[in-house]
Design a protein around this ligand. Sequence first.
Ligand SMILES: Nc1ncnc2c1ncn2[C@@H]1O[C@H](COP(=O)(O)OP(=O)(O)OP(=O)(O)O)[C@@H](O)[C@H]1O
Ligand SMILES: [Mg+2]
Length: 283
Amino acid sequence: MEHNPLISFDHVWFSYDNEEPSPVYAVKDLSFEVNKGEFLVILGHNGSGKSTIAKLANSIFLPVKGKVTVDGMDTSAPENELEVRKRVGVVFQNPDNQIVASIVEEDVAFGPENLGIAPNEIRERVDDALKAVDMYDRRFHETYRLSGGQKQRVAIAGMIAMRPDCIVLDEPTAMLDPQGRSDVLNTIVSLNKEHGVTIVLITHFMEEAVGADRVMVVNNAEIAAEGTPREIFSRRELLQACGLELPDTAKLCEALKKEGIVMRDDILTEQELIDEIVRIKRA
Ligand SMILES: Nc1ncnc2c1ncn2[C@@H]1O[C@H](COP(=O)(O)OP(=O)(O)OP(=O)(O)O)[C@@H](O)[C@H]1O
Ligand SMILES: [Mg+2]
């Protein structure tokens, strides 16, 4: 991935109890960059600081020390707030808290309306956004009748309609059933691959990290490791120390190896697993 930072964290510290004499930091001396066009996954166990990072990325929170910049703009400068929020959108875990209107297309139009976009352009943006998340056919549906996965895709469409450069998704699939999870993940991947949207996906599902350009592991408010999915998932001791598991495919391989089956030990994707099983069967 080319070095072309869209979001940059430079020695960022954040605390929720800043009044105390010795604050507990939710984020400690954090430095990393998100490059334009990149698909970055952030992994970390409960309380490691992931949601705090998401909120620092679009100026919902401001660092107590250090600096966050978006497209070169310091998020701490009040005059940059609107521009920062236009460039970086955040999608949260609970779709019910993010839906504001009773009809799908009205909900998606809400964000661009607040940006003061002209009505005919809003029409176009809403239609494009609903097509991108595969909810165009349901544009006149009532939002409260949708499944969790459909609601989450409408929430993502609401973000897309604001045409941000980057979408940060904070455990967007955590409350969804397997079908909803898979639909939302496919939507996120296609936004990145087909529409060039920079993605920061925070998740506790290891499977969702397999296709990332880069994975960052956070632990106790700090970056514990950074690398390609293959590099990260080959570091079994690190994962264990950070309270993380292996993706299901890799877990299955471990179980097969325990049964005495000799196979590659770096399998991550379903296709790699299929290829390896076919190879073993033919051998
Ligand atoms: N509103 C708050 N007030 C005080 N402390 C908070 C608040 N929100 C989070 N924290 C603390 O900050 C630390 C980091 O929290 P954060 O929500 O960023 O973690 P997380 O990795 O998103 O966790 P989870 O996986 O549970 O979503 C934790 O120790 C948490 O207890
Ligand atoms: Mg969180």
